[in-house]
Design a protein around this ligand. Structure first.
Ligand SMILES: [Zn+2]
Length: 215
């Protein structure tokens, strides 16, 4: 009888473990199913675009995006919409330099600058390749950029979030951007004041979908 009881306990344990595993895989599947891109200025037309990689005005000196468009995975995109709406109460707006970046473009960056201090190795992929990172700044109602510590893609110490040898206005502007972004789930990269990842980015895969294939 004891043996039978033991068997029952083992069976119950196995059932619990297997249902737990099922829950995890269901959760993973639902995360994957939720992956779709949202175009930032379509959900909120007050978000401005200055997509530098669709021009020659970027560190590569080349046009690497065929179109000036900006996408994030939906959760991140709708949080950015909340950021924009909060900034509007202060008379400010967001201006996007870069968001989702196809892996094919990451490979071009790596050919030009194979240095992991500045560019993510395409073998590992960037958080931008997951549609979970965004580069941006603040502009006023008229679309004029607020003064920030450096220009975009300045790969010097001056771009670091803790760099303080800048004007009080630049410190204040950098803080406004960081505070509102952090409030809605974004995490600032310590070495680039303009770069923010969205929480949970590690649950998303590196993607290589061209802009033209995103409706
Ligand atoms: Zn970035």
């Amino acid at each position: 009888m004891n043996r039978f009881k033991n068997l029952l306990v083992i069976a119950a344990l196995l059932l619990t473990v297997s249902s737990y595993c099922q829950d995890i895989s269901k959760e993973e599947a639902s995360v994957k199913n939720r992956i779709f891109f949202v175009e930032l200025n379509k959900i909120n037309p007050n978000i401005l675009l200055d997509i530098r990689y669709s021009t020659t005005n970027n560190f590569t000196g080349k046009v690497v995006y065929p179109e000036a468009r900006a996408f994030l995975v939906s959760d991140a995109a709708y949080s950015l919409d909340s950021v924009q709406r909060e900034l509007e109460t202060m008379g400010l707006r967001l201006k996007i330099y870069d968001a989702y970046r196809p892996l094919s473009v990451q490979k071009i960056f790596w050919e030009i600058m194979p240095d992991e201090r500045y560019v993510a190795d395409p073998k590992k992929g960037s958080r931008h390749n997951r549609g979970m990172a965004v580069d941006l700044t603040l502009v006023d109602k008229e679309g004029k950029e607020l003064s920030m510590p450096t220009e975009y893609d300045d790969f010097t110490e001056k771009a670091h979030r803790d760099y303080m040898n800048i004007t009080e206005e630049q410190i204040k502007n950098r803080k406004i951007l960081e505070d509102v972004m952090t409030k809605y789930g974004f995490i600032g990269l310590p070495t680039e004041w303009w770069h923010f990842d969205y929480r949970g980015w590690e649950n998303y895969e590196v993607m290589d979908v061209d802009f033209k294939d995103i409706k």
